[in-house]
Ligand binder design. Structure first.
Ligand SMILES: [Zn+2]
Length: 165
């Protein structure tokens, strides 16, 4: 019994080592693919590789939206390389590079505006006009050509809204 147990432990240890080696090899290949795809891109985006449900996922972050758009060819080349390298890595479904590589820029992380209540959140863009740059709320009118009426309190929960600048 003890012998069987030790054999099992050994097998698990061997698998862990095998899996780590496999991961290290794939990682090295993906880093090389990144360096090749972005060899002429300046400034160089940052690269991160991790796993989500056993599938490799990648984050390529650019300094700005413009830098990301300028690198369209490099991004396409990187997607092709990742698709080839990871094609057998889908555990439950076929691996798709488009689903696993995330191209980002800092503006993507801008915080979403927190409105006062669920009704307000649902009505912004419908009965409520919200001006993000001025944090100003206004009520749409049904009279064509009449500007929206600025409001100081939420019509649903009564919260005070930011003062109009
Ligand atoms: Zn409210």
């Amino acid at each position: 019994m003890t012998a069987l147990f030790s054999a099992l432990l050994l097998l698990i240890a061997a698998y862990v080592v095998f899996d780590r080696r496999r991961h290290a090899r794939l990682r090295a290949a993906c880093v090389a693919a990144f360096e090749q795809a972005y060899a002429t891109t300046s400034p160089l985006p940052t690269f991160e590789m991790s796993y989500s449900y056993g599938e490799p996922v990648f984050k390529v972050e650019f300094a700005s939206k413009e830098a990301m758009q300028a690198a369209v060819d490099a991004n396409a080349a990187f997607l092709r390389a990742i698709a080839t390298l990871c094609k057998d890595r889908g555990r439950k479904r076929q691996f798709k590079a488009q689903r696993a590589v995330f191209f980002r820029h800092p503006a993507d992380d801008e915080p979403v505006v927190a409105h006062c209540c669920d009704t307000m959140r649902a009505q912004v863009g419908r009965t409520i006009v919200y001006q993000d740059d001025m944090r100003r709320y206004a009520l749409k009118t049904s009279v064509v050509g009449t500007p929206a009426l600025p409001i100081a309190h939420c019509p649903w929960c009564g919260s005070q809204l930011p003062p109009t600048a």
